[in-house]
Design a protein around this ligand. Structure first.
Ligand SMILES: NC(=O)c1ccc[n+]([C@@H]2O[C@H](COP(=O)([O-])OP(=O)(O)OC[C@H]3O[C@@H](n4cnc5c(N)ncnc54)[C@H](OP(=O)(O)O)[C@@H]3O)[C@@H](O)[C@H]2O)c1
Length: 313
């Protein structure tokens, strides 16, 4: 595609999180949302009407056969990400796929090999990495001196009875749903871990409803807690030789606030979903590669899988 061309996105599902992508539409955006596909044609129709989307498709295959779609946003339950990414790439579509892509590193290899072979763009949708607040964290990090420890949390109370997060076969569980952000944060700050350990509480639906992990990077260890049956929490703390950096809300609706040794630093947070889409579009038009490339996606899969195995999952 040419620089400046508007990328025509199709939504592959009517998932709840589509709201964030639809909410990132604005005058002058480098993308538009032209189609939606659902397993249920009437659902797709109603969804298209409600959200002002031109075309509705009664199956994901029909969406992928739509010549007026350049790229798809895949927000399926986790265990279906790989299959539909491969199908979308085979249909010649660029793919923005929700996190976590997979726990299987070989699936990341297959997807990237296919995307590269076809000259298509692929990105995993860790929106928090695109936020200005995350850049602020990186800018302020040197102020804490040498990092001695990192701790992250992401917990919530999941109430939906029919949520795929309760289903192991659909890639459910706390680590894959919310703990993956804590892993992403530890890896952003410290690199690739050389040893990890996980402890899980197995609950409803036989998934991990609470998961605690340690990630060892040389002589620095990161720890995290995540859960689906707990009070809401999303925090990040970096302990250094010269001080403490705290992020009150690193992942969810980042307010653009980082606290270093008690002093508040602020930036206009912006809309991280919009920045994520801008990043995809810049890569599609050939301006640059995606922020979260192959190594990043593979690194997430390796660590998530090793943590799950360590906890016997
Ligand atoms: N980046 C973020 O901020 C963020 C936030 C929340 C979730 N997520 C990720 O986004 C993905 C979707 O999460 P969500 O909470 O939006 O999901 P959701 O509301 O449960 O929607 C999932 C969609 O997948 C489709 N689907 C296909 N097979 C299904 C099956 N067997 N069971 C259930 N749904 C099925 C359905 O679409 P149709 O009925 O239309 O076919 C459904 O609407 C997950 O990977 C999650 O980790 C990301």
């Amino acid at each position: 595609m040419y620089v400046g061309a508007v990328v025509r996105f199709g939504l592959l599902t009517t998932a709840a999180i589509n709201r964030a992508i639809l909410g990132a539409r604005a005058e002058g955006a480098p993308f538009e949302i032209v189609a939606v596909g659902s397993r249920d044609a009437s659902k797709a129709e109603a969804y298209a009407q409600e959200h002002g989307i031109e075309r509705a498709h009664g199956s994901y295959d029909d969406l992928l056969a739509d010549d007026g779609v350049d790229a798809v946003y895949i927000a399926l339950p986790n265990a279906l990400h790989h299959e539909w990414t491969m199908r979308a790439l085979a249909a010649g579509k660029h793919v923005l796929v929700e996190k976590p892509y997979t726990r299987i590193p070989e699936e990341v290899d297959q997807a990237w090999d296919e995307a590269d072979r076809r000259g298509l763009v692929l990105e995993e949708a860790y929106m928090w990495r695109h936020s200005r607040q995350t850049q602020l964290i990186l800018d302020l990090l040197p102020q804490v001196g040498e990092v001695r420890g990192v701790h992250a949390t992401f917990t919530a109370m999941l109430t939906r009875e029919d949520d795929p997060r309760w289903v192991p076969e659909l890639g459910g569980g706390a680590l894959l749903d919310v703990g993956c952000y804590c892993v992403s944060a530890a890896r952003l700050l410290l690199g690739e871990p050389d040893r990890v350990h996980g402890e899980a509480r197995i609950g409803r639906g036989r998934v991990d409803t609470q998961f605690a992990g340690t990630l060892r990077f040389g002589d620095v260890t990161a720890t995290f807690q995540c859960g689906l049956r707990s009070s809401f929490s999303n925090t990040l703390e970096v302990i250094g030789t010269e001080g403490i950096l705290r992020v009150p809300s690193p992942f969810v609706d980042p307010p653009g606030l980082v606290v270093v040794n008690g002093e508040e630093h602020r930036d206009d947070a912006g809309n991280h979903y919009r920045f994520e889409l801008d990043d995809m579009c810049a890569a599609i038009s050939g301006e640059r590669g995606v922020l979260l490339g192959r190594a990043e996606m593979r690194g997430q899969a390796v660590v998530l899988d090793t943590l799950l195995r360590s906890a016997g999952i």
